[in-house]
Design a protein around this ligand. Structure first.
Ligand code: UD1
Ligand code: UDP
Length: 377
């Protein structure tokens, strides 16, 4: 009988980065069961990515939604356990560092299901970040640690995790970008819709709790990005994540004129802006990686990063959050050629991950989903 792979995902970046692994299972004829926690539920953070990445809708959506960390994670845990008991998968994939990732890893671990952590070994060494606590806990619960780079694998060894659990696979974000960037270039009309010229605008994403949940810090970030944009003579587009939108309203914070706010973008439109921007300002993990892959200079609006490889190759300046730090970072990165080598692998991470967990499946035609399953198979 062919082994079954279960997936727990719940947020925008997990959908994007697990999509290549789910697709690779389909290619190999490995049956999948996708459990969506419902952590992200707005259409613009959820369904649109399933559509653009050619994924079937999830097999189940637990509909957990927003809430405090404990309540959200606890409700997910209950729902995921029920699913695992009924599906009995051979492997459970989780990705990254969100509350959905943590709930999946704990649920799998308690039931002795093999947990595979995609994007293992990242550390910001900032335990104030909920994501840092999540990733440490998940790595220590998982049987399979799919480290994107040598550095992340080494870090896992330093934490005493056994060598035979760790494999360097590359980051599946490269697979996702490779699958989508040509389609984005061919189909996205976002530049003309927003009246932008390639190479003459900046792109901003800011949604991290530590940047937007305090009024002064969020105001500093916006002031800094606007001042940098004015100095460089570029305008900036800011697709606003719902958490940040809530805070802007709650704090009654005015966004400076140099920054145009828009709704969260779909993957193709966002990739198109990322690959044609003069400069990207961000506190997102995935955006630091994608800009590095796409050759666009990045200014990170934080005091540390769990993706230091992006800075080592010269793609990213971890600038900080005060206006003068952001301006200095922008000056340093603006106009960089973008000819660095990406440290995140060659776009075959998903295949390596399946090899590593022994999911060989069976040879499958392109229309495997329509195939009838024989009794006893
Ligand atoms: C979560 C992750 C973060 C990741 C981000 C990706 C955790 C602890 N955080 O942060 O690591 O970078 O996802 O985008 O898991 N909201 C909506 N619609 C939605 C989802 C959320 O309006 O579909 C609003 C709600 O007001 C909610 C707030 O956004 O309270 C925050 O959502 P939540 O899922 O708690 O965390 P994120 O900030 O999205
Ligand atoms: N992204 C997107 N539309 C947007 C902003 C981001 O499609 O308006 C994508 C981006 O390409 C990347 C991912 O969302 O793949 C990053 O997610 P996010 O910043 O929410 O989370 P993080 O990576 O910080 O955990």
């Amino acid at each position: 009988m062919t082994a079954t792979a279960a997936f727990v995902l719940g947020t925008r970046p997990e959908i994007i980065k697990l999509a290549p692994v789910i697709t690779a299972c389909d290619r190999r004829g490995v049956p999948t069961h996708v459990i969506h926690t419902g952590q992200h539920y707005s259409e613009s953070l959820d369904e649109v990515f399933f559509e653009q990445l050619d994924l079937d809708p999830p097999d189940v959506n637990l509909g957990v939604g927003s809430g405090s960390h404990g309540r959200q994670t606890g409700e997910m845990l209950i729902g995921i356990e029920e699913q695992l008991l009924s599906v009995e998968p051979d492997v459970l994939f989780v990705q990254g560092d969100t509350n959905s990732t943590l709930a999946g890893a704990i649920a799998g671990s308690k039931l002795d299901v093999e947990v595979a952590h995609v994007e293992a070994g990242l550390r910001s060494f900032d335990r104030e970040m909920p994501e840092e606590r999540n990733r440490v806990l998940v790595d220590h619960a998982a049987e399979h640690l799919h480290a994107p780079t040598e550095e992340t694998a080494t870090r896992l060894c330093h934490e005493g995790l056994p060598d035979d659990r760790i494999t360097v696979t590359g980051n599946t974000v490269v697979d996702a970008v490779r699958l989508s960037d040509e389609r984005a270039a061919a189909t996205s009309t976002v530049l003309s819709e927003f009246g932008l010229t390639a190479g003459e605008f900046g792109l901003l994403t800011a949604h991290r709790a530590e940047n937007v949940d305090g009024r002064d810090r969020f105001a500093d970030v916006l002031r800094g990005v606007a001042a940098a944009a004015e100095e460089l003579g570029i305008e900036v587009v800011y697709p606003v994540h719902p958490r940040a939108a809530d805070r802007l309203a709650e704090f009654d914070l005015a966004v400076p004129e140099a920054i145009t706010t828009v709704e969260p973008l779909d993957f193709f439109d966002f990739l198109r802006l990322e690959s044609t921007a003069a400069l990207v300002f961000t506190d997102s993990g995935g955006v630091q990686e994608e800009t590095c892959i796409l050759g666009t200079p990045c200014v990170t609006l934080r005091y540390g990063t769990e993706r230091p490889e992006t800075a080592f190759v010269g793609a990213n300046c971890v600038a900080g959050c005060r206006p003068r730090e952001i301006r200095a970072g922008a000056r340093r990165m603006y106009g960089k050629a973008g000819d660095w080598d990406s440290p995140f692998g060659d776009g075959d991470a998903a295949e390596r991950i399946l090899d590593c967990v022994g999911l060989d499946g069976e040879p499958a035609g392109p229309d495997r989903r329509e195939r009838t399953v024989e009794p006893g198979e």
